[in-house]
Design a protein around this ligand. Structure first.
Ligand code: LER
Ligand code: MN
Length: 273
């Protein structure tokens, strides 16, 4: 499995983003700490100098495993399930532009908070219908460009739509596309799943990407989750992809990043495979 660290290309109000803004400094820090790659959270690819990004990745021998899209929801309020059709259309266009960038970088695209919520004038049933339709459209666009999408269960304090791994898998099945997988995140699973190990086992081949944070969203090893068992269960499903760390900057950003790399490397074995 490859280890990545999630960073944000620009400042964001998303708390679990230990490293923000200074792309060069942060890519260098992540690679020096012993990660294989970065995961990049981007509000809008139009705001990024893509040539400069590629030059920085080259300079530090880094690659991008996935693009996080949730900032478009957090900072701009756009989503696949907004009651205003023009906002739903903007979310679709935004994710397509993320897919274009992902194709260029060889990355996956994460569908997290951009899915939105239900409530107000939007029923859960309607939200799910809109979500499945948007996923089908994005997946079709992504497939033509060789890109995979990953749908992330997120805990109840951030959204009421799709809190568990099982709920996401049912949506993936309803969408019926071949390039859409589930992204379990240990922080959300600790809040929402009856049993983290069983949730991973049951997800099996649907897992396309993985987020690691401890119970308190500090670096793995700083909370009370059993990462030895969690990563063994993940391996047992046949998963050989990326484990990406997505954490808050505690006790401070540099310690958090170093701790995450050292702790997970020890568990996964020292080989970079
Ligand atoms: C994003 O990967 C995530 O885990 C969510 O908590 C976004 O807010
Ligand atoms: Mn996550």
């Amino acid at each position: 499995m490859r280890l990545a660290m999630s960073i944000s290309a620009t400042p964001t109000r998303f708390a679990a983003m230990a490293l923000q803004s200074n792309l060069e400094e942060n890519i260098s820090k992540v690679m020096q700490a012993g990660f294989d790659a970065v995961e990049l959270s981007i509000r809008d690819p139009a705001l990024i100098d893509q040539g400069n990004l590629e030059a920085l990745l080259d300079r530090y021998n880094a690659s991008v495993t996935a693009i996080g899209t949730g900032q478009a929801y957090l900072e701009e309020g756009i989503s696949f399930t907004h009651e205003d059709a023009s906002i739903r259309a903007r979310a679709l266009e935004r994710v397509k532009s993320q897919v274009d960038l992902a194709a260029r970088l060889g990355a996956k695209v994460i569908i997290g908070l951009i899915r939105g919520k239900y409530g107000g004038g939007v029923s859960e049933k309607k939200a799910l219908e809109w979500l499945v339709e948007s996923l089908q459209r994005c997946a079709g666009y992504a497939k033509d460009r060789g890109v995979e999408l990953v749908l992330e269960p997120i805990n109840r304090y951030e959204t009421n739509l799709l809190n568990t791994v099982g709920e996401c898998i049912r949506v993936i099945q309803a969408a019926g596309v071949s390039n859409l997988f589930v992204l379990p995140d240990t922080f959300h699973m600790n809040i929402e799943e009856r049993n983290i190990i069983t949730a991973i086992k049951d997800a099996g081949r649907y897992i396309g990407y993985f987020h690691a944070a401890d119970s308190n969203r500090w670096a793995p090893g700083f909370g009370h989750l059993d990462f030895l068992k969690i990563l063994q269960a993940l391996r047992d499903t046949g998963y050989a992809g990326v484990v990406a760390v997505e954490i808050i900057p505690r006790p401070d950003p540099d310690t958090a990043v170093r701790q995450a790399a050292a702790f997970l490397r020890e568990i996964l074995g020292s080989r970079k495979d």
